[in-house]
Design a protein around this ligand. Structure first.
Ligand code: ZN
Ligand code: ZN
Length: 348
């Protein structure tokens, strides 16, 4: 076992504190990663505060991880010491079910093993990336292209793939009109990726306060959802709406913006149900869908796509002792657009 520095939540109601976590000895297929940067995802906050169900404490979260391969197990073939690597939201799956066999291990029927707060295949509880090192099976490790700056690569591992996967699945591209609801950590990546795919992108945000940013990220249009005229102006317009907001939205109003055969896909997760009037789906034969991260192969495809297109998240770099303050700012949407922890500040 390796004992490494980390930041953890002692309980649902206390601030995160500096502590240590144990990492398992390297198995034959395992990689020891020296973590350099870890992004702060809204899910981290929901999870440590017990808002998505009970979790074991103390808990170290973080599933937007980039670092360097420090050591490899005897049977590791895909990575060498010193390689730039990333780890996202999952670190294992059953590998045998229909979905794993289809290369869609994020939808593992036995449940994929989350990077934190999950029971690992060996029975231990997984601990996430707000720490100096992590041990992960090579099959769940990504290659981070050299052209993406390290610290900016971190948020791609959750925010990037969570938005790339539905955009790719529903064929965002030339000739397609895509709306992105919410311009936060996920939303700003959805805009950049959809625009890079060639789609015509519109941002739907509560207010116009981030309009200049949205247009700079590649959106053609930007509308305020607080203005009822928006829903008249944009009726029956979009092929795809990517909803990144993790609070309830007016479903009938947003579904009314879909053209024939259009889909509204939610990637933000409000804890409460979203009521849907079935009549708003009948019109234009609309669909309401969900999407969860992406497979490991698709995550690699997304990283390579972002490298080729020269796109990366907008980040604010912080030290290990600023995480609690950062959490409060995330909850107030006071970040443009993702906090990333400089893990070097945890080494001392
Ligand atoms: Zn996340
Ligand atoms: Zn499976």
């Amino acid at each position: 076992m390796l004992t490494v520095n980390a930041i953890a939540a002692p309980s649902a109601t206390e601030p995160l504190v500096r502590t240590t976590v144990e990492r398992r000895d390297l198995g034959p297929k395992d990689i020891l990663i020296e973590i350099r940067y870890a992004g702060i995802c809204h899910s981290d906050i929901h999870t440590v505060r017990g808002e998505w169900g009970e979790v074991p404490y103390p808990l170290t979260v973080g599933h937007e991880i980039v670092g360097v391969v420090a050591e490899t197990g005897a049977e590791v073939t895909r990575f060498d010491k010193g390689a730039r690597v990333g780890v996202g939201c999952m670190v294992n799956s059953c590998r045998e079910c229909e979905n794993c066999q289809a290369g869609q291990e994020q939808y593992c029927l036995a449940g994929n093993t989350g990077t934190y707060a999950a029971v690992d295949r060996d029975g231990t509880i997984t601990q996430g990336g707000y720490s100096t090192h992590v041990v992960v099976d090579e099959d769940f490790v990504l290659r981070v292209p050299e052209s993406i700056p390290y610290e900016k690569a971190a948020p791609l591992l959750c925010a990037g793939i969570t938005t790339y996967s539905p955009l790719a699945h529903w064929n965002a591209g030339p000739g397609k009109k895509v709306a992105v609801v919410g311009l936060g950590g996920l939303g700003h990546m959805a805009v950049k990726i959809a625009a890079a795919m060639g789609a015509e992108v519109t941002v739907l945000s509560q207010t116009l306060s981030k309009k200049d940013d949205g247009l700079a990220f590649g959106a053609q249009d930007y509308y305020a959802t607080s203005d009822p005229a928006t829903f008249e102006a944009l009726a029956n317009r979009f092929d795809l709406i990517v909803n990144t907001v993790s609070a309830p939205i007016d479903m009938a109003a947003h579904l009314g913006l879909l053209r024939l055969g259009g889909t509204l896909v939610s990637v933000g997760a409000p804890p409460e149900p979203l009521p849907v009037q079935v009549f708003s789906l009948f019109n234009n034969r609309r669909s309401f869908a969900g999407s969860s991260i992406g497979s490991i192969a698709e995550t690699q495809e997304m990283l390579d796509f972002c490298a080729e297109q020269g796109i990366a998240p907008e980040i604010e770099l912080i030290g290990a002792d600023e995480v609690n303050e950062a959490y409060e700012r995330v909850l107030k949407s006071d970040v443009r657009y993702r906090f990333v922890i400089d893990i070097d500040t945890l080494r001392a």
